[in-house]
Design a protein around this ligand. Structure first.
Ligand SMILES: [Zn+2]
Length: 250
């Protein structure tokens, strides 16, 4: 399942291809995602310029004039930057076309979502009640200490509650609690301030550690580019190996 760091990596990967670009077409091959892609989807989005690409929790938001496209990758979704003429394969349910390139959603299990949300996207019911971002400044020891007072649930359950803090799935909750030396069943309300400090640091380290292990190109010779799927190449430049994608890097 794509977790918060994977979604952030996707955001960074697709940003150069969608930011400041106009949606010139859509192809909906299968509208039956977790929520049905609306019938008038093309009418809603074609002609709109993407002004910002932001991540909120595990949602990607393509903010345009008048509203935003909300994309969620669900359990098995991925976005690829492709030539729009590339023949679709099975599970390639939807394309957003930006002139000569397209974003293609593949989602074998179809728990993903592509929705148009008119107006201020932060008020959309999917997003309005989301907690703080674990890599943002608001996720502080003070915040966690306050958020846990009077809470009788286990600290792991609280950490995975998206209304408190977003995007900490099971893997990251387990890893963070291990690093902080806190038993997952510890009552949240009984965490000392010192333990909140350790846990906040552990959550950040765990999430950031993921980014360090998941390079786009370094040490990925012959593996598929995370953006376009082409094989990563390696060349010797001077005495050092250089890794690059010949499609994404011109
Ligand atoms: Zn590439």
């Amino acid at each position: 399942m794509p977790e918060l760091p994977e979604v952030e990596i996707t955001r960074r990967g697709i940003e150069p291809f969608v930011l400041g670009k106009t949606i010139t077409g859509v192809a909906v091959r299968n509208p039956n995602l977790r929520r049905r892609v609306p019938r008038n989807f093309a009418r809603l989005v074609v002609g709109r310029l993407v002004k910002r690409l932001v991540r909120r929790g595990k949602y990607l938001l393509l903010e345009c004039d008048g509203g935003s496209l909300i994309v969620h990758l669900g359990m098995s979704g991925s976005l690829r930057v492709i030539d729009p003429q590339t023949p679709p394969r099975e599970h390639d349910h939807l394309d957003l076309v930006f002139g000569g390139t397209a974003l293609r959603l593949r989602d074998p299990r179809r728990f993903g979502m592509v929705l148009w949300s008119a107006g201020d996207v932060s008020r959309n019911p999917l997003l309005a009640k989301l907690g703080v971002e674990p890599l943002g400044g608001r996720f502080s020891p003070e915040f966690l200490y306050r958020a846990t007072r009077g809470r009788d649930v286990g600290v792991k359950q609280l950490l995975m509650n998206a209304r408190v803090v977003v995007g900490i799935g099971n893997i990251y909750a387990n890893e963070s609690l291990f690093r902080a030396g806190i038993h997952p069943r510890t009552r949240a309300g009984r965490l000392s301030f010192a333990r909140c400090e350790r846990l906040v640091a552990a959550v950040r380290d765990t999430l950031l550690g993921y980014f360090q292990q998941h390079y786009y190109v370094y040490d990925r010779a012959a593996l598929p580019c995370r953006v376009c799927g082409a094989a990563i190449r390696v060349a010797r430049l001077g005495q050092r190996s250089s890794f690059f994608c010949a499609t994404c890097q011109r």
